[in-house]
Design a protein around this ligand. Sequence first.
Ligand code: BGC
Length: 764
Amino acid sequence: MNKKLNKIVFYSAMALFVGRGSNMLAQQSRSEIALEKKVDSVLALMTLKEKIGQLNQYNGSWDVTGVPSDIDNKTKLEKLKNGEVGSMLNVLTAEATRDAQRLVMEHSRLKIPLIFGYDVIHGYKTMFPIPLGESASWDLDAMKKSAEIAAKEAAASGLHWTFAPMLDVSRDARWGRIMEGSGEDPYLASVIGVARIQGFQGNDLSNPFTIAACAKHFAGYGFAEAGRDYNTVNIGEHELHNAILPPFKAASKAGVATFMNAFNDVDGVPATASTYLQRKLLKEQWGFDGFVVSDWGSIAELIPHGVAKDKLQAANIAIHAGSDMDMEGRVYEASLKTLVDNNSVDIALIDDAVKRVLRVKFRLGLFDDPYRYSNTKREKEQVLTKEHLGIARDVAKKSIVLLKNESNMLPLKKKLNSIAVIGPLANDKDTPIGNWRAQGEKNSAVSVLEGIKEAIDGKTKINYAKGAELSIGARSFLQPLTINTTDTSGFDEAVAAAKQSEVVVMVLGEDAFQSGEGRSQSQIGFAGVQQDLLEAVYAVNKNMVLVLMNGRPMEITWAAAHVPSILEVWQLGSEHGHAVADVLFGDYNPSGKLPVSFPRAVGQEPFYYNHKNTGRPFANGEVTFSHHNDVDNSALFPFGFGLSYTTFKYSDITLSASKFKTGEHITASVAITNTGKVKGREVVQLYVRDLVGSLARPVKELKGFELVDLNPGETKTVSFNITPEQLQYYTANKKWETEPGIFHVFIGSDATVKTFKPLEFVND
Ligand code: BGC
């Protein structure tokens, strides 16, 4: 046995040696071969019980060193010591992870290190904007950087693995988890997902400043019917491939270390039970060699889904389908041995799953030093640093979207005589931290009021009034939120503050726990008495800027029609108030663009720009065309939309040729000029429409974008490459291919851009 264990150590040393070679590619393949040998050598030592242990993940919210408080915890500790646990989630701090790791390293037979996972979704302790908000920056470098910082802080605190990024495209503002993703567009979600993966993982997983990422939730979770979390998903195969899977495919290609499956079913097949998704597509076709973790208890949930009658059957289905690790479902540990013993499950299936887990552990360098991440000194020095906060402020200000700016009311002057700062969220230091806040501390953000106070001239009088409460009682991940619906006793003070002030900054929106998991809503307007407060204050002072803080698109039709200036600021993390003030007073010219459409009414949901045309798209003077009788079909604020303190002018599009074929590409260009008075950044967007296909095609699809910084009067030419591959889709042949025909090429500042140039793709 010792000899064999020595072999593991030898292989680990080999990996280090190989890792220092000079020729990167040869080095990589050599180290991959070495890695497979190491994995096989460990597998060869394992008993069935130990193998099953590697597929078992426990929640770790208990004191690993203290006296276990209940039987369950006692059993967990014993299992850790016996090598019957491969991973834990929610074990926090360098010290606690070290203690838990020690149980395994000091007691178990094979000493296979644990991998510690945690939901590091938008920062670990230094909080960044919620992912939907950050996506509004369209700034891939900034998002990569924020993931890099989150990884650095998490790694310094003993963690190896984040359950992020969430790659679920979502078209439904009612779905609470829309805040965790990148919005409604598969292309945008793909490039942002890859940027985040690169940020978390860096170039080398064994670098102890990086952590493994997890592409979740595979797949379809964002398409829950009626936007109700965990609900059924009924979509066809083409829609699955064209709208949902692209970000996952991109993540696999980018080398994401792990995948997480999903709670929902797609057309009757729970994602956790889907052999098609996990085995055929992900592992066979895309060649993914990491492991798939179940979502929390999702293997056991095959029972309430009604596709398994008991745990035994659930485990049997899930392991065959390719779910490798059981997150707190307690199903694999209870059933896999029986299933192997009675020949229902081939040991090869178990071996494959175990090898996948070991591979990731080797890649993280855990066999070299299982404690390498659990370093209390590093934790103290590298978490919530000044530098990290500076980076958080930068991405936060870039995430703000200017929705309306009538008569150029914004930016505000710093030398105003008086400003009223009003609203339940105006001095809220907690909501900006958002849901999925990891170790972000309660009430630790800079509030809008604080940000304004720091930014203005000392002589300006600030008249602050809360006006109303938004939520009352408990506010945490699992507790239901109570919205205060009736109390208007603070209105008088708010109205008085507005009357006394030159300008009103009104801060409304959603509580941090109105979005996130289990936080779906049937209404997406202002909760509680906020709308009444808004109207009462507006009645006495129309010189108003509405600052919207929220985790989903909201129904703000009245505000959009009345309030002169509106800033969408989401929940921006630790530096929230500073970033809002940067934009309010013009220290930063807003450059964000919506990653998701804002509907006019909740009844339009699911609402998205890249819809099909339908057979009846046009008003024909009769009622029989595709529309609602009580609301216009268009968005209140469309996908890709965002204003600036300057203006941009686009020239006509030039195409390098009007036809092309396989092997060729086209360059599409526009000249863009800053026609205003201040420096600004524009997100130039490329859309394509495929006019005739073997299937009905979307009216527009985003295919590229470019961030352009322009001084007043400056013109730059922006060019996009269009390749046949970019025009591919999953066709009626059930293949990704480019169909010949005419495409319209649009370049503009949001998804409603009208001018285009036709481009023909011809078969050679
Ligand atoms: C969520 C996942 C998350 C997991 C672990 C589940 O409820 O759906 O996204 O990673 O819990 O916290």
